[in-house]
Design a protein around this ligand. Structure first.
Ligand SMILES: Nc1ncnc2c1ncn2[C@@H]1O[C@H](COP(=O)(O)OP(=O)(O)O)[C@@H](O)[C@H]1O
Ligand SMILES: O=C(CO)[C@@H](O)[C@H](O)COP(=O)(O)O
Length: 578
């Protein structure tokens, strides 16, 4: 017998795929569908979801790809038997910072969507520019200097907007766009973020930015709760402030706002109820922290294409090395974030080199990488007096630290503090399996140590729990090493939805947006319905006395190593007269 209890959909429009995940009011997952950009799309010469223009360090994605993906995911949900009539609310998450440039006829094309045609067939002409700059882009160094300088220095920009200027942030990207494509910019009616683009498709008109995702632009003054006039002035280039403000639009404060009902396209084509309501879509990282009732002492590590480290905190303590965003649902809370470009794809390089060196193509591609990572002793240090092995593995230009692509290997003697750049004693690629995991996690520990506190009983500062999410969270070797390095008095956990935490958080946002009582916070609603025994699993130990302290010494060497590489890179650039 068909039930008629409400359902909610959360979408996750990430780098490499679009996912749609359906939950009921008890927060239980009832359907998941995925459209993998490389594997499932037709007509795009993308790799890992993006296109590259190496000469200008540009990385971008075709917007039409995402249109094809949205129809594809809805079609899969239909095939799974989802009764769309029961869906009361939709929300979503978009890869952060990416911008979509709408043409003059966008609103009319959106308003007149025809259910007999695909989104791709009828919206291709809705964009003034067919591509969305991707978060992996690093073409905006000049614009970043200008943004940092506009408020004085990177510290002041971070104080105002939550972050110093970053290549991928939308403000510097828009400024570069005004210069590279002035004619197209002039013809652009509105600019969306990937999140608000997704909401716009469901609404059939252009949706406003989300209160959390807007903080990924270097344009929003977080404490003032408004665009920063000085930054809007800079970003608008020669085109004027009012014109840019009109392109960006208003930013409602309420993350649970009812934006409107789904467009008739979705009612007629898929059978949605005409009163299904669209709730603001947010960034993929803000959505991820909504996948569970996260406490301020907990840490989340998202092991997707990017690696991100996320915490929810009432303390706004911006710093040029980190990011603060408005919390996506709860005024007075902030999201703290670290973000690395060299996450999943960098680990895959080492994995592939290991499989190649073993002349093996195993059915489960990570099996050799995992086995070797766990067989290798921490830091390759066979006894306490031996030097520690550590390195940086950046197939792409990294964000923190801001270093161009390359690979560096060092040994560090914790007893003398001496650091040496050398491959002596390294057995590559085997030693790199553990070393790359350690390198990524040591960077997280270094940069989050001021936000963690001692859990008491004389224990060192560390998170209460570490939650792993994203594609890499399936990996038990990474989980074990994460516990050794980051600690976590209660352990390392994964969500039973595996790598779908982001879509789950978006679905929970829809539940909250529709079912909340007046004034009820997200944390309160989800906390009441959350079933810890069913929804999470402890996958590794957290704090282990001895090895945590050993990694504490390694953090010192790691920081020195980063400084040395930064210095070498600066000297090299200087030597070349750049
Ligand atoms: N067993 C595994 N071990 C380590 N990494 C994995 C494993 N399975 C998938 N991954 C990584 O997950 C990444 C994709 O994560 P996901 O969160 O789905 O992506 P997105 O960034 O598009 O949100 C891939 O780059 C892949 O390297
Ligand atoms: O740039 C950032 C965050 O600042 C990235 O985290 C993007 O939001 C893309 O995320 P994934 O596709 O890896 O989930």
């Amino acid at each position: 017998m068909a039930s008629d209890t409400p359902l909610y959909i959360g979408f996750d429009l990430s780098t490499q795929q679009l996912k749609g995940l359906v939950v009921n009011s008890d927060l239980k997952v009832v359907h998941v569908a995925k459209f993998d950009f490389d594997a499932d799309s037709q007509g795009f010469s993308i790799k890992k979801g993006v296109l590259n223009n190496e000469a200008e360090h540009e990385v971008f994605a075709p917007v039409a790809l995402w249109l094809q993906a949205l129809d594809g995911v809805l079609e899969s949900l239909r095939k799974q038997g989802l009764d769309f009539r029961r869906v009361k609310g939709i929300s979503g998450a978009g890869q952060q910072h990416g911008s979509v440039y709408w043409g003059q006829n966008a609103e009319s094309l959106l308003r007149n969507l025809d259910a007999s045609k695909s989104l791709e067939a009828q919206l291709e002409g809705a964009f003034s520019h067919p591509y969305s700059p991707n978060w992996q882009d690093s073409s905006t160094q000049k614009e970043c200097h200008e943004f940092d300088a506009a408020l004085g220095n990177p510290e002041d920009l971070a104080q105002a907007t939550g972050s110093k200027a970053h290549h991928r942030f939308t403000g510097p990207q828009i400024l570069r766009f005004t210069r590279k494509h002035p004619d197209i910019y002039k013809k652009t009616s509105r600019i969306s973020l990937v999140s608000s683009f997704l909401a716009s498709l469901f609404l059939g008109h252009i949706a406003p930015f989300d209160i959390s995702d807007v903080c990924g632009m270097n344009l929003w003054n977080i404490k003032k709760g408004a665009y920063d006039e000085r930054l809007i002035q800079l970003c608008s280039g020669v085109f004027g402030v009012e014109d840019l403000k009109q392109k960006l639009g208003e930013v409602p404060e309420d993350g649970g706002l009812h934006l409107g009902h789904v467009h008739a396209y979705f009612v007629e084509r898929f059978g949605f109820s005409p009163d299904c309501t669209v709730i603001p879509a947010t960034g993929d990282n803000p959505a991820t922290i909504l996948a569970l009732p996260l406490l301020p002492s907990d840490a989340m590590v998202s092991l997707g294409t990017s690696t991100t480290f996320l915490m929810s905190t009432p303390n706004y303590k911006p710093d040029p090395a980190t990011h603060f965003f408005n919390h996506p649902t709860t005024p007075g809370l902030y999201m703290f974030m670290l973000c690395y470009k060299n996450g999943g794809l960098a680990r895959e390089h080492v994995r592939d080199a290991i499989n190649e060196s073993l002349n093996d193509t195993p059915a489960h591609p990570w099996i050799n990488f995992d086995k070797i990572a766990l067989q290798t002793v921490p830091l390759g240090q066979h006894n306490p007096t031996a030097p520690m092995k550590m390195g940086l593995f950046f197939p792409r230009h990294e964000i923190v630290p801001n270093i161009s692509k390359g690979q560096w290997r060092f040994t560090y003697d914790a007893n003398t503090g001496s650091l040496q750049e050398t491959t002596d004693g390294w057995n590559s690629p085997q030693d790199e399996a553990r070393a790359i995991i350690e390198s990524q996690l040591l960077s997280l520990r270094l940069r989050s140590r001021d936000l963690t506190q001692s859990p008491g009983n004389g224990l060192p500062s560390q998170p209460r729990r570490v939650y792993l999410v994203g594609g890499g969270s399936k990996n038990k070797a990474i989980a074990r090493i994460a516990g050794e390095i980051l600690g976590g008095v209660e352990g390392v956990y994964s969500l039973d939805v595996g790598d779908n935490a982001c879509a789950l958080g978006a679905a929970y946002k829809a539940v909250w947006g529709i079912e909340r009582q007046p004034g009820q916070t997200f944390e309160n609603l989800v906390g009441q319905r959350w079933n810890e025994d069913e929804f999470i699993e402890k996958i590794a130990d957290g704090y282990q006395k001895g090895v945590f302290e050993q990694y504490g010494q390694a953090v010192e060497g790691f920081e020195k190593m980063e400084h040395q590489v930064l210095q070498q890179e600066a000297d090299k650039a200087h030597g070349h007269g750049n």
